[in-house]
Design a protein around this ligand. Structure first.
Ligand SMILES: *[C@@H]1O[C@H](CO)[C@@H](O)[C@H](O)[C@H]1NC(C)=O
Length: 290
């Protein structure tokens, strides 16, 4: 871990010391609705957040905190019915021109046709690392858990505990890894019918508006950034306190690796690492490492 190793050695005992038990997640405590002129709402005493989109505007929210590493879970129920042309983005991002970003984007579809889950990782302003998936369930019927594990060694995207993508720290091969810039959590629901559904062929049917996506059960076992320093806290229940800092060095066991292979074999529909014609100079270095 080179120069940052010292800092993280200090962080781990700190994390254990700073565990805080608190009650169920409350969106009022952790998030601000940032745009959409009333189309984003926190309801049910803070237990549920909804975003909506109509012809005039979409809506969005962001976390009050910035995080530097964490295991962040959110349950989402996506726009049902004819959601073609809509995109629900849920992501972590830092600021500035050399930003880092970890993305989930859900591309809507006609009723009965599958959503696409689009993922990407930016480090120091450079992305172009798309992987796309179909899901093995209808994401509009129930809430499902979408998780980002981000520690100094790896980023793992999971759906209901099943890993769908891993981006390892390959700095030793010259691939920048997000590890110095704190990120906020963002989400937005917006119209992208110029590209989202069948590459832009299917347009948003505004007679179906407003379109609504819902969120609940946010949980962050994470290091919160404030005034230039990081401290690690958890809002998990006391019963899970003993495992709360495990995420900081977590990797996939063999069962998880099998699940990842299952998803990649059966549900992955695009992988930038297989798109040689897009990279005439050669595939990005991380593609030859895993
Ligand atoms: C929508 O459904 C069509 C037909 O099954 C499929 O080709 C496409 O990948 C689906 N998803 C999106 C976002 O276009």
């Amino acid at each position: 871990m080179s120069s940052s190793g010292f800092k993280f050695t200090l962080l781990v005992p700190l994390m254990v010391a700073c565990l805080m038990a608190s009650s169920a997640s409350n969106f009022h405590n952790d998030f601000d609705i940032t745009w959409g002129d009333g189309r984003g709402k926190i309801v049910n005493n803070g237990e549920v957040l909804t975003l909506s989109l109509d012809k005039a505007s979409g809506s969005g929210f962001q976390s009050k905190n910035e995080y530097l590493f964490g295991k962040i879970d959110m349950q989402l129920k996506l726009v049902p019915g004819n959601s073609a042309g809509t995109v629900t983005a849920y992501y972590l991002s830092s600021k500035g021109s050399t930003w880092d970003e970890i993305d989930f984007e859900f591309l809507g579809n006609l009723s009965g046709d599958p959503y696409i889950l689009h993922t990407n990782v930016f480090s120091q302003g450079k992305g172009n690392r798309e992987q796309q998936f179909y899901l093995w369930f209808d994401p509009t019927v129930d809430f499902h858990t979408y998780s980002i594990l981000w520690n100094p060694q790896r980023i793992i995207f999971s759906v209901d505990g099943t890993p769908i993508r891993e981006f390892k720290n390959m700095e030793s091969f010259g691939v920048p890894f997000p590890k110095n810039q704190p990120m906020r959590i963002y989400s937005s629901l917006w119209n992208a019918d110029d590209w989202a559904t069948r590459g832009g062929l299917v347009k948003t049917d505004w007679t179906q508006a407003p379109f609504t996506a819902s969120y609940r059960n946010f949980n962050a076992d994470a290091c919160v950034w404030s005034n230039g320093a990081s401290s690690c806290k958890s809002n998990a229940s006391p019963s899970s306190a003993s495992t709360n800092s495990a995420w900081f060095s977590q990797e996939m066991d063999s069962a998880k690796q099998q699940r990842l292979k299952w998803v990649q074999k059966n549900y992955m529909i695009y992988n930038y690492c297989n798109d040689a014609k897009r990279f005439p100079q050669g595939l990005p270095p991380e593609c030859n490492m895993s």
